[in-house]
Design a protein around this ligand. Structure first.
Ligand code: NAD
Length: 516
């Protein structure tokens, strides 16, 4: 399938095509209180295809007035009507229905996502199918979050706890995995009984506006799920400071994360922050090197390095360093660039132009710091796609951990290779970063694997694999990589408050003015 013939026709009757303008561009409105509506200001953003450079859709440019409508609708849906009247089991049933609809429409969602962020269709199609599990898992969990009866030291009173939904949640997402990262928030929030206002990245809003058609088709009451699109500063700010929003669930860069944390603190909002990383992928000389090579490549070059867990610092034991780097170079030498819908394509474009510029600037920074470029380092020109945002897999060696290229997140296909001598030095380098999102360890020694997994400061540690995740397992960061956890049972707790209820069983309430 080439770009010219790429069809956006939906494959299931659950999704009807979004309206197209006379210039054939799609037009995506906000979704508020169960209806697609124009932005109050009637302002629109263009969204472009990173492969062809073509502006293919208009997206509503929201502002505080739109946020007000959406939050009011979400608050109404939380406080009255069908949603709070529904049992936890009833919420679970709706969520399982939504999971089924996602499975049926996975390829359609993948195609829209591909057009917006340029990821490989094969990868997206798998991701969309897997995403249904979030709704099955949290749908199943909805009626299993129990309170407790507490044995207190006060006679004549009965005390129990009740987990309750926190209220209206604002979810703010980045552009690299729009729908899966939305679902990591939306599924536990819905299972808990919350209502939500979703704010996708201004670069990749379209797939979420297709997705909410499935939410509607599953039968969720209006106002439970709302979508406002637009720029972070214009929409995000209004959401964070809105008095009816109780929690902010954010995935994005450390800078925006810090600002959001500060603002949320002023308004006493709860936050979940899933931020960036500079994750160490550590290869010892006793590793199975064939596997470690694949793990190093998957760690940094999957999705063109645009993943929060990218193993962007490759720590290689000095005894195998040079040979390992040679094998890495050979592995990536003949990668195939192309249209992400083509099954033969191995490397898709960078998702946005600003991101491509950022990657190029970090290559220059690394060179000026004295790191040695041994592969890539420049955009790739791909026949048929002169405006495509392709960038070659890039490897720097002779990197010192103090360099900016080793300390700052590039969020692109740029690998920094760093030598180490022994376990102690590997731990020191691995932990010498403001981040703590993930780490990889490659060794055949059980003792070493366990010791290293304990000593590395990161929310996720993979031993002899990289990137395994599951709906059932908690994910999140240490240090500047974030606050809170998504996934697993910990994920639903983020959307609940604990209420402690005291019931008197005494026949006589003591007189407060007479101490006994
Ligand atoms: P970003 O921080 O620029 O934007 C993320 C979202 O925040 C967007 O929707 C944006 O509009 C919004 N935003 C920006 N400024 C805001 C503000 N002042 N107030 C409110 N909202 C604001 O991030 P990005 O470039 O879209 O995504 C890349 C980043 O996301 C990387 O740093 C990556 O590591 C991180 N990420 C983290 C995880 C994780 O789970 N830890 C997963 C994926 C991506």
């Amino acid at each position: 399938m080439t770009a010219a013939t790429l069809s956006l026709d939906p494959i299931s009757p659950a999704i009807r095509p979004t309206q197209q303008d006379s210039d054939q561009r799609y037009r995506y409105q906000h979704y508020i209180d169960g209806a697609f509506v124009d932005p109050a200001s009637n302002a629109w953003l263009e969204t472009s295809d990173p492969v062809t450079g073509e502006d293919w859709a208009w997206v509503a440019r929201g502002d505080a007035a739109d946020v007000e409508r959406a939050v009011t609708a979400a608050h109404r849906a939380f406080s009255e009507g069908a949603w709070p009247a529904l049992s936890a089991s009833g919420r679970g049933a709706l969520m399982r229905k939504l999971g089924d609809l996602i499975t049926e429409n996975a390829d359609w969602l993948a195609r829209v996502e591909m057009r917006d962020n340029g990821k490989l269709f094969a990868e997206l199609s798998m991701q969309m199918r897997y995403m249904a599990n979030y709704y099955y898992y949290y749908g199943g969990l909805a009626d299993k979050i129990e309170g407790t009866v507490i044995p207190t030291d006060k006679p004549g009173v009965f005390n129990y706890t009740r987990p309750e939904p926190i209220g209206v949640v604002a979810c703010i997402m980045p552009w690299n995995s729009p729908l899966p990262l939305t679902s990591l928030k939306l599924a536990p929030a819905l299972a808990a009984g919350c209502t939500v206002v979703l704010k996708p990245s201004e670069f990749t809003s379209a797939s979420l506006l297709e997705f909410v058609k499935l939410v509607e088709a599953a039968g969720f009451p209006k106002g439970v799920v709302n979508v406002i699109t637009g720029y972070g500063a214009e929409v995000g700010d209004a959401l964070i400071s809105h008095k009816l929003v109780e929690r902010i669930a954010f995935t994005g860069g450390p800078e925006a994360g810090r600002m959001i944390n500060e603002k949320a603190a002023r308004h006493m909002k709860r936050v979940t922050l899933e931020l960036g990383g500079k994750s160490p992928n550590i290869v010892f000389d006793d590793a199975e090197l064939d596997q470690a090579i694949k793990g190093a490549v998957a760690g940094i070059f999957a999705a063109s390095g645009q993943t929060c867990v990218a193993g962007s610092r490759l720590l290689v034991q000095d005894t195998i360093h040079d040979a390992f780097v040679e094998r890495l170079k050979a592995f990536i030498a003949d990668v195939r660039f192309g249209h992400p819908s083509d099954p033969a394509t191995q490397v898709a474009p960078i998702s946005t132009r600003p991101q491509l510029e950022k990657i190029k600037s970090y290559v220059e920074i690394a060179k000026s710091e004295g790191a040695r470029l041994v592969a890539g380092g420049e955009p790739a020109s791909v026949p048929g796609y002169p405006k495509g945002l392709f960038f070659k897999p890039t490897i720097f060696v002779d990197v010192k951990n103090s360099m900016r290229i080793a300390q700052e997140e590039v969020f692109g296909p740029v690998l920094s290779v760093i030598r180490f001598k022994d376990e102690d030095e590997a731990v020191r380098i691995a932990n010498d970063t403001q981040f703590g999102l993930a780490a990889g360890i490659w060794t055949q020694s059980m003792r070493r694997a366990l010791t290293m997994a304990n000593r590395v400061r990161a929310g996720t540690v993979w031993v002899n694999n990289y990137r395994s995740t599951s709906t059932t397992s908690p994910f999140g960061g240490f240090k500047m990589s974030g606050v809170g956890r998504e996934g697993g049972i910990a994920g639903i707790r983020e959307y609940m408050e604990t209420k402690s209820v005291w019931i008197s069983t005494a026949t006589d309430i003591p007189n407060p003015f007479i101490r006994r």
